[in-house]
Design a protein around this ligand. Structure first.
Ligand code: BES
Ligand code: ZN
Length: 409
């Protein structure tokens, strides 16, 4: 009897230790998938979050605080409280490079109004509406979900088609920036006419991913405002430029980042690679949430003043009043609130404009109701004008111009 028990125990232990056969693994995977799906539905119904991923990630929530290891559920709890964070797990060897100590010189005012007119005329709210409708029809655009990968492929095709269909004379290309997960970032680039400036691009950015803060992998998140609005705003700017044969002096790049909602993962990868290659980005502007007009204040550009480059932010205010039709409202959005923070971290000048005052932003973000019914396309067009002005002004700034001096008589 004793012998039999020992034998049975031994054989149990050896099955547990041996790698399962493929059919056992398949059954286990299926069971795990069903368990995750049921759990996520239950948790969604009762208000807890469930991501199905217990991997720990290293997260920073303030400049002066030590990073902390957290599960995805814990990170989602931060998101639901609007606490900005940076996931630095893959960037722990970060050290500011020598290049990051210097900033390129910026202009002080807008001078390209005459050139800008033809591009502005082709901005279309109807076009933005059609595009945002399709983009928000993916169940969610979470960076680890299947539909998050599909939405990136869809976006990539929209941009490639614009390039292919254009008969105008721009030198423009598109590429995928791959990460450790399936949803890639997208980079489209207009070459500049001055070869000596080919390493000093201007960047216009937005994030393509969305998140349901209670159930990131399986929950519905149309992400119409956050950040379908920014994605489509800069796509419209790109469409207008590629369709009218934009030929800037220095390169102008459009970036659609993956995994912003997971702690700026995509933009950190891109900014790090630019830093490693010694690219001297002159300026980066982020479009995150450009579609909602709150009830507290009059419609305005919310200009973020914390964790940004102050000089570039001043210049962005000049462009907003020169090219936009609504007033400016200075506001803050805290540590690591969007992808501009990744560029800031790597020592580049970056700035961000948002739909309004921080206290007046959309209440629907990170949930199933962030859909196009709450989006104002005329408001988005204002941000398209701002980014278009930014691209044209800085794209044509050679940096060689002499400072204007006032002569004394
Ligand atoms: N679009 C938001 C930025 C935002 C959120 C502005 C709330 C104002 C209020 C962005 O996608 C976001 O969700 N940011 C997070 C941090 C991010 C790294 C997860 C935030 O600021 O809480
Ligand atoms: Zn968000």
């Amino acid at each position: 009897m004793v012998k039999f028990q020992t034998l049975a125990l031994l054989s149990l232990a050896s099955t547990a230790l041996a790698a399962p056969a493929w059919w056992e693994q398949w059954t286990l995977d299926k069971a795990k998938h069903i368990q995750d799906t049921v759990l996520s539905h239950v948790n969604n119904r009762f208000g807890n979050s469930n991501s199905g991923d217990s991997t720990l990630r290293l997260v920073q929530t303030a400049e002066d605080q030590a990073p902390v290891w957290m599960t995805e559920d814990q990170r989602m709890a931060l998101l639901r409280k609007n606490i900005g964070y940076m996931d630095i797990t893959d960037h722990q060897d970060f050290e500011p490079s020598l290049r990051s100590m210097t900033r390129l010189r910026l202009p002080k005012k807008a001078v390209q109004q005459a050139k800008a007119n033809r591009y502005f005329n082709s901005l279309s709210t109807a076009n933005m509406e059609v595009t945002l409708k399709e983009f928000t029809s993916f169940h969610n655009r979470y960076y680890r979900s299947k539909t998050g990968h599909q939405s990136a492929q869809w976006l990539y095709k929209q941009i490639s088609d614009l390039i292919e269909e254009s008969s105008a004379d721009s030198d423009v290309s598109i590429r995928k920036f791959q990460h450790k997960w399936d949803q890639f970032s997208i980079i489209a680039r207009f070459e500049g006419t001055d070869d000596t400036l080919s390493n000093q691009p201007v960047i216009v950015g937005a994030h393509q991913d969305s998140v349901n803060g209670w159930n990131p992998l399986w929950g519905r998140s149309p992400g119409a405002d956050d950040d379908g609005s920014g994605t489509v705003t800069i796509l419209e700017v790109f469409r207008s430029l590629v369709g009218t044969g934009f030929r800037p002096t220095r390169p102008v790049e459009f970036h659609w980042y993956s995994a912003e909602e997971a702690g700026l993962l995509g933009s950190q990868d891109v900014a790090e690679s630019y830093d490693k290659k010694g690219v001297e980005v002159i300026a980066m502007i982020q479009n995150d949430m450009t579609g909602y007009v709150g009830a507290r204040f009059e419609e305005s550009f919310g200009i973020i003043t914390d964790y940004v480059d102050p000089e570039l932010t001043e210049l962005m205010k000049v462009y907003a009043s020169e090219y936009g039709d609504i007033p400016i409202r200075e506001t803050k959005c805290g540590y690591s609130c969007s992808d501009h923070a990744s560029w800031n971290k790597y020592g580049y000048r970056s700035a961000i404009a948002m739909e309004g005052d921080f206290s007046d932003i959309s209440p629907w973000i990170h949930g199933p109701e962030d859909d196009i019914s709450h989006v104002d396309f005329d408001h988005m067009k204002q941000f398209a004008k701002l980014s278009l002005g930014f691209a044209i002004e800085l794209g044509h700034f050679s940096g060689k111009e002499k400072e204007q001096r006032h002569r004394c008589h």
